[in-house]
Design a protein around this ligand. Sequence first.
Ligand SMILES: Cc1ncc(COP(=O)(O)O)c(C=O)c1O
Length: 466
Amino acid sequence: MSAYIFDKLRELEEKNAYPLHTPGHKRNIRFMPYDFRLYDYTETEGTDNLHIPEGIIADAQKALAELIGADSSYISVNGGTGGMMASVLACCEPGDNVLVASNCHKSVYNGLIMAGVNPIYISPQITEEGLCGGISIRDIFRAFESYDIKAMIITSPTYEGFTCDVRTIADIVHKHNSILIVDECHGAHFIFSDVFPASAISQGADVVVNSWHKTLPCLNQSAVLSIKGGRIDESRIKEAMSMINTTSPSYPIMASVDHARELLSKDKNLFSSYIQILKEARHELAHCKTLKLVNDSIKGQCHIADVDISKFTIMVRTELTGVELGKLLLDKYNIRIELAGLHHIVALTTVADDSKGIKKFVKAITELDKKYERKFIERIPLSAAPVSIPKMTPRDVWFSKRETVGYEDAIGRIAASSVIPYPPGIPLIPMGQIITKESIETIRQLKAAGISVIGAENGSITIVQE
Ligand SMILES: Cc1ncc(COP(=O)(O)O)c(C=O)c1O
């Protein structure tokens, strides 16, 4: 018998690979100078209660709202996942039409099931190199003109650090008396510098969820939901947050958010020196040709409003796949990255990074860039309808009987779970949608090109039983 998880973590500790991934504290003691064992408390005299905060937790949430520029902020100890589910539950009722960017995280899809709403999917634009961009403003206009929409949900920034034009989207949404919910899980750090894209709250969003553990020095699972503008019933938000949070919330998680807020808002030098390191690293990476850093020049294309410079999104234009590059970085350079796709990788940095770690990454990419020849990468066009309505709602699909069948037998049937090629991570067939002959053909092409297609493994797809 072994302590399986513990032993593995001890092994990783010994290998000490440089972490260009979440959680954002990067195990850096300077940003987490405390022993969690001593701070693992429960609701007792003086420690307040996350579900009815009146003391230290209420004060911490108030300070968060002030920093974020929100009317109110609420801590989630169930990550951005909990925050997104609570947003849908608090803002929508069964039968409401909700305009959902199809590149939303699965927590949003799960929220749709729980709330029993009718989703209308809107597809983001896809860049020339196959990454997910922003949402077309014209498509949003059309959707609002065609349907009575209670709320719209978007992801901004994407995993790769691209934001939507939240200001314009919020204006359209509000003109139609609707609510804008923004999954800003990858952008909790935006509030700390103008060098990063403007925060969704500052751009008119009504509900915003930030995973503090992703891009700030906080423990995994820490997130903050914020509201602004008075368009939503705050008591519903409080109740929904209480639904998604455990009744034994982790004080170390809550304390890590509170500590990061205090530390980073007091010591402005922390972000200014980090940003200097980022700028230098990006300047050096700009010389690479086969391992091409995605930079500001992508702004304005495919409705991308801005680019987060903390993310090193690198297009792999060689015979290597992104996955192979990720493996090389780990095996040869002892660097662990956040994401490896077929033709790109994402290395995630935060204020808690060590300049030596970032330099080590830049050196590795520069070396590998010289080693591999440039190769033309052929893309498989992923055509999704700009706006589509599934045949069955996610909730009806969830409660239906399902069966798993081969690709051919799935044609004309209703998908019981979303079929998602990765990258870019947008459902080709959202759950509840009819599976067409064309989409099966695209799945075959994608698989032949080595792209993983979630929900279409082993030549089969799960469908709703007739
Ligand atoms: C876009 C997006 N939203 C939400 C989440 C969920 O956030 P968390 O991991 O904090 O639960 C993720 C997680 O990767 C994500 O990528």
